[in-house]
Design a protein around this ligand. Structure first.
Ligand code: 5GP
Length: 123
């Protein structure tokens, strides 16, 4: 699939849209989700044009891969959810519920995040 350079996170990375930046390094950016679902709700994204975890795994350099994982951990510590616990989610594709076609990891915490997924019988 072709990466869409007009997606909202690409526009944030180019400085065309604002974000509440938390941290960054050469390869990755962390910022606050615009509609937080939990007291801590950060997004961590690679700066490169990767639509999904699949593209990232196939094409990213070792430095990009390491940067993203380290920034996830740093955000969790900086937000002080490292002791209480947190959840990292990367929604992928349509069944995964991915709305923005630029790889992003949600970091959710600051309260009990709840069950991992709903059962179909829960509606
Ligand atoms: P997805 O459903 O793709 O896993 O998650 C996309 C996330 O991006 C949502 O949690 C949504 O609130 C967030 N989001 C969408 N547009 C913007 C934006 O312009 N700025 C920020 N900071 N977050 C956004």
């Amino acid at each position: 699939m072709t990466y869409d350079p007009q997606n909202v996170f690409a526009r944030i990375l180019r400085g065309e849209l604002p974000c509440r930046k938390l941290d960054e390094d050469q390869h990755s950016l962390a910022f606050e989700d615009i509609h937080p679902l939990t007291p801590t709700h950060a997004l961590v994204i690679p700066k490169g044009p990767y639509e999904s975890l699949l593209d990232f795994a196939d094409q990213a350099s070792d430095a990009e891969l390491a940067s993203l994982v380290r920034l996830l951990a740093k955000v969790a510590r900086d937000k002080q959810v490292d002791r209480t616990g947190f959840r990292v989610i990367a929604n992928t594709g349509s069944d995964g519920g991915q709305d923005v076609p630029h790889l992003h990891f949600h970091v959710l915490g600051g309260r009990r995040v709840g069950p991992m997924v709903k059962r179909p019988s829960d509606g």
